[in-house]
Design a protein around this ligand. Structure first.
Ligand code: ATP
Length: 356
């Protein structure tokens, strides 16, 4: 254990973390403005409750959840931007809300929607400012700028004003800026939002390499499950401010491997009786995992496909049918469904396996 209280075991900890925000309802119109003065109505939002999470050095954690699930709030609490209402959050063994400069220097935060670099400066000038702020040795600075800009394919953009760069180039510069001081823990909140496929891929490869070569611990939030699948070993799912799942991604993916998603396109004018269909396909161990007006997605063990597919032709007015590996997204949807039904978290067994 060092001076900050960090144990070798965990770099990040949340113990029973909860966060409530109090907001005030605003009445519309002129009368409403007057009413707001006289009697403001307060509303309490429980953004997070009872979050327990411990992350070891070198772990790569994907944090997912629907809009408003509490992901950004959790990241803000862990990094000490806002205090928790209940429970304790710790970074490097120290209370996150009372970090000292020495802990802050080991941390980096990349917010996809916010720029940490200076908008009017070319990235190289922002990087030089960061060099001074973090006292980065010149030799390390020069090597990292050269290496990281090459890895992210933005070597020729260093001297162009940040505001003149494309969204993808800007994000890559933000990421380089975050990694320049060689942080131990990096939080990335939606780093690939709005980026094209090639840029996403380049950023994912960069993160994987940094985690492998430098042992960086990172926590990544993204609505793009491929980001998480390609870069993280562990997955944490938040649902309505509660922990819905925490487990090993490989074990979760292994479950996906043995499953198939059958997308059945039907005549849109012949409505599907979903409860009857669910009942009929249950005999094959299959479930309805999604539907639209003219299609229904059914998930089943790969081994039962030969029995189920002919049965589907009997049960539905099939126009077309395709079979694919079950996307992770469907499994995550199932986690949400179970979390809603059971009203409590579904623990994955880490690191050996995960259960949903
Ligand atoms: N400063 C704030 N004041 C009041 N309510 C807030 C504040 N910040 C967040 N909330 C509320 O807390 C809940 C969780 O918000 P949060 O931003 O953490 O969700 P999220 O999972 O990051 O969502 P998204 O994917 O949309 O970014 C939401 O209901 C949100 O409205």
């Amino acid at each position: 254990m060092n001076a900050g209280g960090e144990t070798d075991a965990y770099v990040l900890e949340a113990h029973g973390v909860g966060k409530s925000f109090t907001t005030f309802e605003r009445q519309p119109g002129f009368l409403g403005v007057l009413k707001n003065f006289v009697a403001r109505k307060s509303v309490v939002v429980d953004a997070l409750s009872g979050i327990d999470l411990t992350v070891r050095r070198g772990e790569t954690v994907g944090l997912i959840g629907a809009n408003g699930a509490g992901k950004t709030t959790l990241v803000k609490i862990l990094t000490g931007i806002v205090p928790a209402t209940t429970g304790a959050a710790r970074l490097f063994g120290r209370d996150s809300f009372h970090l000292r400069n020495q802990e802050k220097a080991r941390l980096a935060l990349v917010m996809g929607q916010k720029s940490q670099l200076w908008w009017d400066l070319p990235p190289i000038d922002s990087f030089k400012l960061l060099k001074e702020i973090y006292s980065i040795e010149t030799v390390d600075f020069d090597r990292r700028v050269a290496e990281y800009t090459k890895m992210l394919d933005v070597e020729d953009r260093l001297k162009i004003q940040l505001r003149q760069l494309s969204l993808g180039q800007r994000m890559k510069m933000e990421i380089i800026g975050a990694f320049l001081h060689d942080p131990d823990v990096v939080f990335l909140d939606e780093p690939t939002i709005g980026l094209d496929l090639v840029s996403r891929e380049v950023i994912r490869q960069f993160l994987v390499r940094l985690a492998e070569e430098r042992g960086v611990t990172f926590m990544l939030t993204s609505h793009d499950l491929e980001d998480i699948e390609e870069t993280c070993k562990r997955i944490v799912v938040l649902d309505g401010g509660r922990m819905a799942f925490d487990g090993d991604l490989a074990a979760l993916s292994a479950q996906v491997m043995g499953k198939r998603a059958i997308e059945v396109h039907v005549d849109p004018h012949t409505p599907i009786d979903e409860s009857a269909l669910s009942r009929d396909i249950a005999a094959f161990g299959a479930v309805v995992a999604g539907r639209s007006v003219a299609a229904v997605t059914v998930v089943v063990d790969a081994a039962r496909l030969p029995e189920l597919v002919p049965a589907l032709f009997q049960l539905l007015q099939v126009r077309d049918l395709s079979v694919e590996r079950q996307p992770l997204e469907l499994l995550v949807r199932e986690i949400y469904r179970r979390s809603d039904r059971e009203g409590s978290s579904i623990a994955g067994s880490r690191p050996e396996g995960a259960s949903v």
